[in-house]
Design a protein around this ligand. Structure first.
Ligand code: PLP
Length: 416
């Protein structure tokens, strides 16, 4: 069975070979989606044609196929030169194809097999009993926290990750009616691209359990933690009652997140999701693409086996090296797919960096750069050119010292 027609697959593989990338992950696409999800026999060319005919901007099937390949493997899509965030990733041909093949059953009645299958798969990847598809990372956290309960964000004192000591300094214990006892500890991982180590989480979780406090993880980018080699999804998820994981950041699906937890908690979460308007009827439209994102971008097993994320970390390391080789400094270590440039270290500024990047056809937000799997070699070369210009400008006196820097801050909110 093939998901792509042969010409498209050939284009995709040739493209990957040209870029010097491993073609292994792309070949695995041939086996997606699983027959269990498909009510009708696969006829790829026919399906590509029917999708093609609904898109008036495409003039020929060939162009359609080339464009599909170009939005992904060739790294020529709209995300290719966008270093602002991994939320910029665009759906792949495999995802669009999976959407065409999806089931159209009702998820409020829990009948949509594509969605049920995705939930069961991610529950198993994370070592949890159950899972619940939600529309966004925010909804995942809201549903989880309303399922468990809530308090404001706190900043790590070591500048990297929250420790048990940080938590102890904030937590409210006891049942005094005049106080507001802590019911849930919520940790974001990665936080600004930085990993909270397993050992610290184990300590915090032990403390929480001793004090009858529930644990939630904003794991929008927990996939990145795993891809960095810091532990498996099972390793991390075991210390939390609920974990929310995003499909639409580094994994590249167009929409959606998932909450995993015990069966009773997910049953409760289903109520909360419905109460905040998240009951989807034809959910297969979004869960089909999310499944491709998990299998192909993250990988097939709980350690991200065969996935594409590791390459994005290597790219982040390359970007860091390009910067530091020119004398630049980073604000925090590069551990996953984020690089925090200390722009002042090259006497530059956020507006100047944005301006130079724009001239090079790149989109950046400022001091934070996020790499994702649709960033290609050309993007890195262009970014290197921008860094060189910044280094050359250092000491020219063109900058007035008012650098308009923003502080590094939690990714939630302005910096998504
Ligand atoms: C760590 C983290 N959690 C949650 C969210 C919110 O996700 P969404 O935009 O899907 O609501 C973001 C957004 O980027 C995020 O970075």
């Amino acid at each position: 069975m093939e998901v792509f027609g042969k010409p498209l697959l050939r284009t995709a593989l040739a493209e990957a070979a040209k870029l010097g990338r491993s073609t292994g992950p792309y070949k695995t696409i041939k086996y997606l989606p699983t027959p269990r999800l498909l009510p009708v026999p696969l006829q790829p060319t026919v399906h590509l044609r029917s999708l093609h005919s609904s898109l008036s901007v495409m003039s020929t099937l060939d162009k359609f196929q080339a464009d599909l390949a170009g939005t992904w493997l060739g790294h020529r899509g709209t995300a290719a030169f966008d270093l602002r965030s991994d939320i910029m990733t665009t759906p792949t041909p495999a995802m669009l194809f999976a959407v065409q093949q999806t089931t159209f059953l009702d998820d409020v009645y829990q009948e949509d097999t594509t969605t049920l299958d995705l939930e069961a798969h991610v529950a198993s990847l994370t070592g949890k009993e159950d899972a619940l598809f939600v529309l966004s990372g925010t909804m995942g956290n809201q549903v989880s926290l309303r399922t468990l309960l809530t308090q404001p964000p706190h900043v790590p004192s070591n500048g990297v990750y929250l420790t048990l000591e940080d938590i102890k300094s904030k937590v409210v214990l006891g049942d005094d009616v005049h106080s507001c006892p802590t019911r849930v500890i919520s940790l974001e991982n990665t936080l600004d691209g930085l990993i909270t180590p397993l050992d610290e989480i184990r300590k915090i979780s032990g403390f929480a359990r001793e004090n009858d406090i529930r644990m939630h993880c904003d794991g929008a980018r927990l996939w990145e933690v795993v891809a960095s080699g810091a532990g498996s999804l099972h390793d991390y998820c075991q210390y939390f009652d609920t974990v929310s994981l995003c499909f639409s950041k580094g994994l590249g699906a167009p929409v959606g997140s998932i909450v995993v937890g015990s069966k009773p908690l997910i049953k409760q979460a289903r109520w909360v999701r419905k109460a905040i308007g998240g009951g989807l009827h034809k959910s297969g439209i979004v869960t089909a693409a999310a499944r491709v994102a998990v299998d192909v971008t993250f990988g097939k097993g709980p350690n991200g086996e065969g996935g594409l994320l590791r390459d994005t970390h290597a790219t982040a390391k390359r970007v860091e090296k390009m910067w530091t080789d020119l004398g630049g400094k980073v604000l925090v270590p590069v551990q996953t797919n984020m690089i925090w440039l200390d722009l002042k270290s090259l006497n530059s500024s956020t507006p100047r960096f944005i301006e130079l990047a724009k001239e090079a056809g790149l989109k950046v937000n400022g001091q934070r750069i996020i790499t994702h799997y649709q960033i290609g070699e050309e993007t890195i070369q262009r970014l290197g050119g921008v860094f060189e210009k910044m280094a050359a400008e250092k000491g020219t006196g063109n900058l007035d010292g008012n650098h308009g820097e923003v502080e590094r801050r939690g990714i939630y909110g302005n910096n998504s």
